[in-house]
Design a protein around this ligand. Structure first.
Ligand code: 6R9
Length: 688
């Protein structure tokens, strides 16, 4: 016992963990030498490397060798552009569905749907999914949607969400999915930016015991669009919780807590705009010839927070994204046919797009699609679902791991979990304590952990470990994926060698990289390519150790990572100053035990306004309704004065120290009035 303990201690001190022989023996890439060999090929011969992968897909017109990768990252040389396989013709829904059915996988389960309420579950096979996608493609066409049109999707985690996105892809329409936690205002802003004539939603969804009234929020968003002079012509509503009128084919969801059907919700139905999904589907044909698209035609857009308040509609295209999500899914999770995979993310974020829908389906995989939360009906839910479907590859976020840690081991150990082999993490840097808990308590020291670093803009994993190859270090994203060439630069844009720390940039494109910001290519160039000439700037800080491992240190711009969600400080500030009582607001992140980063707001009030509990409540509500509940501030501090430079710029660096209650504020010689800082420290509210 003593010797195991000391061995354990040593291992932990060194911080190295190794994949087991069992994992190695079945891995596609089973050593670092093999990884290096494949990586080198991907860099030396992109057309050969990606050409082999492209050959596994169906192309109406195959990619030509000369046109595999074309790009310009240097604004001094002209417009920034990124193209992969331009001129090749394919359809991604055909490759995800028809091709797999033709290969004989038609009866394989594509998704085990697990509802919010235990016992509420169903499954959909590849053939069934194909038929539903064809039907909904015909519905969309019938509603006037043509190639290139944008379709907004605001849905819970249900099969119909996957159907809607693949139907868009089938007819060449561009889906714009808005996460179901966003407010009506955020939904309207996104519909307006991309002028979506059709919105697909559901009557509602339960998350734990809480009902989210998606239709009501959709109605409000449609109203806000109208106020701006834009008409959403059609709103297609899935009857998921059994709300409203119409010939419901869906039985109301049953709450195990109440042991009776959930109370039906009153769904407002405006027959000029609203249509029930099941009514349209019941008379649609299940055959639909795909629209043959160029590899560089748009596939979808997804909004992500920017340094300014306005979200960016990041645009991805068909061909490169298909190859990249397929290949990263296969290698990073080491997915083998017959295994069950589960990504707990919401499809409303990029993780769900790439690693619930596109990557897994491109591989003919079987996945779990989960509507609920990790804590409902209790904090053992994840492991219960893992056992129920014999999940072997599991993918979640550090914020979920940290939240589960506090419930202790027993609730995890109640479940078998023997099916698990690879445990993935994504969304933010994982602290070693959470990593060790994931490794020991969830994975029984038997499973491999893959820490996958990537972004909405990168489309798929760019820095990650591989299950059978990479010796693991808690907190290190490890090494670049095939085709990805990272560099670390100093603030002058000089590339640093060997062990170093600086800004993480990329030197050349990989197939899954974003091509532009929808409707604003100039912003794309400014945000990602103007800081360091010739490089794609990720916005993240990074350190490389003497073994060549990459460790992401967090955002270097005005974005915060709250529970794995990127939020811009400017967006929260503009919500706060909309309140009549506030004249100025400054928002910074502060360390938070579960969320990784919390939201700390400094507000300067109008003369004569009293700062009290009621006002704090109103300000929090303001942010919730402008952005969404996940952006609710953790702390609001009354700040009659803010630290500013003589030129009037708010010194956030100083505010971050106040938020942390750390008096080491550094050089303040440029500060106009340094007495404000003492006041801020003095008046810090009590924070847990
Ligand atoms: C996939 C996704 C992107 C930002 C990114 C970085 C952070 C994501 C990470 C990570 C450290 C990891 N991030 N994965 N940081 N280690 N494994 O989350 O996309 O929502 O666009 O966020 O998330 O800061 O720049 P997105």
């Amino acid at each position: 016992m003593a010797s195991t303990d000391s061995k354990e201690h040593e291992k932990q001190l060194e911080g190295w963990f190794y994949p087991s022989e069992e994992i190695k023996s079945e891995a596609y890439v089973s050593s670092m030498d093999r990884y290096k060999e494949l990586y080198q090929k991907s860099i030396d011969d992109p057309a050969g490397f990606w050409g082999d992968i492209a050959n596994e897909f169906y192309w109406k017109v195959p990619p030509s060798k000369e046109k595999f990768m074309q790009f310009n990252f240097d604004t001094r040389e002209g417009k920034v552009f990124i193209k992969w396989m331009e001129g090749a013709v394919t359809n991604i829904s055909y490759n995800l569905l028809d091709r797999n059915v033709e290969k004989g996988l038609g009866d394989n389960v594509a998704f085990y749907w697990e509802g919010n309420f235990p016992g509420d579950s169903k499954q959909i096979t590849y053939s069934e999914l194909l038929s539903e996608v064809c039907k909904f493609s015909n519905v969309l066409k019938d509603k006037g949607i043509k190639k290139g049109d944008r379709v907004a999707i605001y849905m819970p985690m249900i099969n119909e969400l996957v159907v809607a996105m693949l139907a868009c892809a089938r007819i060449g329409a561009v889906h714009s999915i808005v996460f179901g936690g966003f407010s009506a205002e955020s939904l309207a802003e996104r519909i307006l930016d991309s002028t979506c004539k059709v919105l697909v939603t559901a009557d509602g969804s339960y998350r734990g015991a809480k009902l989210i009234d998606l239709k009501e929020i959709s109605d409000e968003a449609i109203g806000k669009c109208k106020d701006q002079g834009f008409t959403v012509e059609t709103c297609i509503v899935v009857q998921h919780v059994g709300g409203g009128s119409g010939n419901g084919t869906v039985s109301p969801r049953t709450s195990p807590v109440a042991k009776k059907p959930c109370p039906p919700i009153q769904t407002n139905f405006n027959s000029a705009v609203d249509c029930w999904w099941h009514e349209l589907m019941s008379c649609a044909s299940d055959k639909c010839e795909p629209c043959w698209t160029d590899a560089e035609d748009p596939l979808f857009m997804l909004y992500t927070s920017g340094s300014t308040g306005k979200p960016k509609g990041v645009l991805h295209t068909v061909g490169g994204y298909m190859l990249f999500t397929a290949v990263t899914f296969k290698y990073v999770f080491d997915y083998h046919p017959g295994e069950v995979y589960w990504c707990t993310a919401d499809i409303g974020w990029i993780t769900g797009h790439s690693y619930i829908t596109y990557g897994p389906l491109a591989n003919g995989a079987t996945s779990v699609l989960f509507e609920g939360t990790p804590f409902y009906p209790d904090s053992g839910r994840f492991w219960g679902v893992v056992d129920k479907y014999h999940v072997s590859k599991f993918y979640t976020a550090p914020t979920a791991i940290r939240a589960l840690m506090k419930f202790g081991k027993a609730v995890v150990q109640k479940y078998n979990r023997k099916s698990l082999k690879v445990l993935g993490t994504v969304g933010e840097p994982i602290n070693p304590e959470a990593w060790l808990w994931y490794y020991r308590t969830v994975g029984d020291e038997r499973c491999v952990i893959v820490d996958t670093y990537w972004q909405t803009e990168t489309g798929g994993h760019v820095i990650t470990s591989l299950p059978g190859a990479t010796p693991m270090r808690p907190g290190a994203a490890s090494f670049p994926f095939f085709g990805v060439v990272p560099a670390i630069v100093d603030e002058h844009g000089k590339e640093l060698e060997g062990a170093c720390e600086g800004f993480l940039v990329m030197k050349q494109p990989w197939p899954g990289m974003a091509r532009t910001i929808y409707g604003n290519h100039e912003r794309f160039e400014r945000v990602y390519f103007s800081k360091f000439n010739g490089y794609y700037t990720t916005g993240d800080g990074c350190k490389r150790d003497s073994n060549g491992y990459y460790w992401i240190t967090g955002r270097t711009d005005d974005c915060m990572n709250v529970s794995g969600h990127l939020l811009s400080t400017a967006q929260i500030e503009s919500a706060l100053v909309e309140h009549d009582a506030v004249t100025e607001a400054a928002v910074v992140s502060c360390p938070h035990k579960e969320k990784g980063e919390g939201i700390y707001c400094f507000t300067t009030l109008m003369e004569g306004v009293e700062f009290n509990e009621q006002l704090i409540k109103e300000l929090k509500q303001k942010v919730r309704s402008k952005i969404g509940p996940f952006a609710t501030p953790d702390v609001i501090q009354n700040s009659p004065g803010l630290p500013k430079t003589r030129s009037g710029k708010i010194m956030r660096r100083v505010l971050r120290q106040v938020a942390k209650n750390d008096k080491k504020i550094g050089d303040v010689t440029t500060m106009a009035d340094s007495s404000v800082v003492d006041n801020l420290f003095h008046n810090r509210p009590h924070v847990d």
